[in-house]
Design a protein around this ligand. Sequence first.
Ligand code: SF4
Ligand code: SF4
Length: 111
Amino acid sequence: MAATRVNQIAVSDKLCKGCYLCIWACPWNVLEISEERNWRGVKKPVATKIENCRACRLCEYYCPDFAIQVIVDEEEEKEILEVEERYEKPWLRRIERRNEIVSRGVWWLES
Ligand code: SF4
Ligand code: SF4
């Protein structure tokens, strides 16, 4: 049986908290800590050796935050982008709302 070709390993900018369980779980040393930081200030994992990936999805199973996705074909990529589009807008609204509340100061101490 031919090995599954993996197109991409996507790590969510918003969900990844940098616990690196995915790196620990990968038996093929596909992932490493990148220099790129997400909005949480966390250095995200990145697939530096994607050619070694066997699409076993252990990284997905171990991620406690559903932040990593192994994308094996265009169909799956399209599906994931659609889901992100659906969930990203309410998510960003929540972040904006939180920032707005925080920018007003420590109101619960002032009142
Ligand atoms: S396991 Fe999930 S949250 Fe932890 S570093 Fe990997 S992608 Fe990020
Ligand atoms: S799918 Fe398997 S081989 Fe590929 S990065 Fe995840 S844990 Fe590693």
